[in-house]
Each structure stands twice: as structure tokens, then as C-alpha cells.
Design a protein around this ligand. Structure first.
Ligand code: ATP
Length: 349
């Protein structure tokens, strides 16, 4: 049994299920992200764990104890919101010490724990500053220190990095993971950013319309998405509609070699393939010819859109230091048949 367990947890507003039948078992020390588009029920689920939203049905167990009806205070979980919610009239040290004061921790121990925690988030020299004298990333680290200093059994993070600009956000993702691994606190983070969820979590819970649709390690989620939605939401994915004909996937009259079993002649299919599984070759030397329509430089890689008879296809290639073909160049796309995923499409889908 997990350290934190959600069993058949639901929150129903009227006849609308904000979250339905959430079953999740989180191990001690694990970092789990709740990932999904706006309105899928991530925050509702997190708030039920925090005790801020009362579940309609279901159970929440923490370390073998049923906490479903306990007040947020009794649960004693650490919470960090998107808005940081630091006390503006208190210094950094006072902000971090607040939870310890509430718990009547003696002065000497309090000072020591605050100093240790500020060191951990690399803010050792900032203890006497006020929140307004800090950058966004520094404020966020104060909020994390304030939540962790009480040594909560579980740390809950609701879109903790979404107020930060792209560069800082990426830095803070590494920071968050580093801090979490140092302290070992079981952590649940809500995010709508798939790259963020994949890069720092042990496991990712994908939610769609109030339900959990996949719970997996990031690389498994990426390689084996359980639903069509996940295949396009997590990472980039080419998806084409076609028909299974004579042992090949036919798209717009073009036969593409693929591996699949149990498909009937004429069956409608969806094809998917990741951009990085496709190689660019000279025209006539691949499985499908096309023309480069756009070329985007991403630093460590290039991303191309290639117009083909089967439609526009995204191709990603590592940056090897040489400039690749430009817009307008004729190319061929090549891939291993096993990288092309084929799923039968239900009639009318
Ligand atoms: P976002 O990323 O936009 O915050 P989310 O996945 O966190 O989205 P929730 O905040 O959990 O989504 O909301 C899930 C659904 O439940 C939404 O459709 C929302 O409108 C609805 N909802 C949330 N709170 C209430 C409420 N108090 N009354 C009625 N409906 C609600």
C-alpha cells in the first residue's frame, strides 16, 4: 500500500463531475505530477488532498490513516500555490519561520531550521530581505522553503512555476527536483505543462475530463500513450487518418509500410509517429517524398514541416553542426516500420 492513497475519489458539482473515480497510490518520497488541460480536474484533486475541497465520495489515506474528513490544519501538508502568497510585511526569514511559530517550536530550533532550509534553496544571504526585494524565482524558492520547513508528510504544488518566464521556469524545474530529492518529501504537483511534468516527475498522472486516463513513468507515457489525446498532448506527434490495405497503411492513396496485426482489409486506421523517429533522406531514397515547407531552429535540434502526398508531416533532426536543407528542398522521409503506430479507428471516429 502506498504512503498516500486516493480511492475512488470524486467531486461532483450538481450533475458535473470535476473529478471522478480517482485511484492513485503514491509511494513515500515519490514525485508525482497531475497533468492535463485546463478544466480537467487537476486542481480539484489536489485540493481534495489538501483538505480545501471536500470529496463527494471516496477515501484519502495518509500513512495508513484515513484523513478524508480531516481539516487542512490537522493534515499538516505543505502547500505552494502559483501566487506564492508570501507575507509582504515579513522578511524572508520570518516568512519561512511562520509555520514553526504556529507549531510553537522553540526559538533556537526554529532559527536553525530556517537557516538550513534557506541554505537548501540557495537563499542563505537573503534572510533579512522583504518579498518585494526578491525576483520571481527567489520568491518562489521562499514559498517552497516555507512549505518544507514544517517537514510535511506531503508537499502539494499547484502550478508553482507558471508565473516565471521561460528561462527561469526551466531553471526552477531543476531546482525543485534537486530540493525534493535532497529532502525526500513525497510531492504532488499540478501542471498543464507536459514538458515540465515529464522532466521532473517519477510518475505522471494524466487527467482528461475529470478522469485519470494514464499513470506512468514519463518515458513510458511518451513511448506508449494510452489515449489519442495523450499521444498529441505529450510531446509532438504526427497523426494521420488512413485505411489498412494489402498489409500496408494507405494514406491519401500512398501505401506506407507498417507493422500491425488483426486489422481487416479496408479498416479505417489512425497512424501516429513521433517527429524524431523520421529521418530526412535524399528524394527517392525513403518511404515518402516531400518538400520542406518550414524549418525551425531549436538549438539542439531542427524541426521541419514537410509537405507530402499524405499531408504535412513534422520531422525532428538533431543539430549536427551543419546547416540542413532549406525551405523548398525536395526530400524523402524514412522510418522503421515499427515506429509507425497503427490503431483501428472506430466507425464514425
Ligand atoms: P486549470 O488548469 O484551468 O486550473 P484544472 O484542471 O485544475 O484546470 P479544476 O480547477 O480542477 O480544473 O476544475 C475542474 C472542473 O470543475 C472545471 O470545469 C471547473 O469549472 C469545475 N469546477 C471547479 N470548481 C467548481 C465549483 N466550485 N463549482 C462548480 N464547478 C467547479
Amino acid at each position: 500500500m502506498g504512503f498516500l492513497t486516493l480511492e475512488k475519489l470524486s467531486k461532483i458539482y450538481g450533475d458535473f463531475a470535476a473529478a471522478r473515480d480517482i485511484d492513485l497510490s503514491v509511494a513515500k518520497g515519490e514525485f508525482v505530477s497531475l497533468l492535463g488541460p485546463s478544466g480537467c480536474g487537476k486542481t480539484t484533486t489536489l485540493q481534495m488532498i489538501a483538505g480545501l475541497v471536500e470529496p463527494t465520495t471516496g477515501t484519502i489515506m495518509l500513512d495508513g490513516r484515513d484523513i478524508t474528513r480531516e481539516t487542512p490544519n490537522r493534515r499538516g501538508l505543505g502547500i505552494v500555490f502559483q501566487s506564492y502568497a508570501l507575507f509582504p510585511h515579513m522578511t524572508v526569514a520570518q516568512n519561512v519561520a511562520f509555520g514553526l511559530e504556529m507549531r510553537k517550536i522553540a526559538r533556537a530550533e526554529r532559527d536553525e531550521r530556517v537557516a538550513t532550509m534557506l541554505g537548501l534553496v540557495h537563499l542563505g544571504g537573503f534572510s533579512e530581505r522583504y518579498p518585494r526585494q526578491l525576483s520571481g524565482g527567489q520568491r518562489q524558492r521562499v514559498a517552497i522553503a516555507r512549505a518544507l520547513v514544517i517537514q510535511p508528510p506531503v508537499l502539494l504544488l499547484d502550478e508553482p512555476l507558471s508565473n516565471l518566464d521561460a528561462k527561469l521556469r526551466e531553471e526552477m524545474q531543476f531546482e525543485l527536483r534537486r530540493i525534493q530529492q535532497r529532502v525526500g518529501t513525497t510531492t504532488i504537483m499540478v501542471t498543464h505543462d507536459q514538458a515540465e511534468a515529464l522532466s521532473i516527475s517519477d510518475r505522471v498522472v494524466v487527467m482528461e475530463q475529470g478522469r485519470m486516463t494514464q499513470v506512468d513513468a514519463p518515458y513510458r507515457l511518451y513511448e506508449n500513450p494510452a489515449t489519442p489525446f495523450i499521444s498529441t498532448f505529450v510531446g509532438k506527434m504526427n497523426r494521420l487518418d488512413g485505411v489498412w490495405r494489402k498489409g500496408a497503411a494507405e494514406v491519401a492513396g500512398v501505401a506506407l509500410p507498417a507493422e500491425a496485426s488483426g486489422l481487416q482489409e479496408g479498416q479505417a486506421i489512425a497512424l501516429s509517429i513521433r517527429p524524431e523517429k523520421i529521418a530526412l533522406k535524399p528524394p527517392g531514397q525513403g518511404r515518402l517524398d516531400g518538400t520542406i515547407a518550414n524549418r525551425f531552429f531549436l538549438g539542439s535540434s531542427w524541426l521541419f514541416t514537410v509537405e507530402t502526398a499524405a499531408g504535412a508531416i513534422l520531422v525532428s533532426a538533431p543539430n549536427d553542426g551543419d546547416e540542413p536543407d532549406r525551405e523548398g528542398a525536395r526530400v524523402a522521409l524514412d522510418w522503421a516500420p515499427a515506429s509507425l503506430r497503427i490503431e483501428p479507428l472506430a466507425p464514425g471516429a
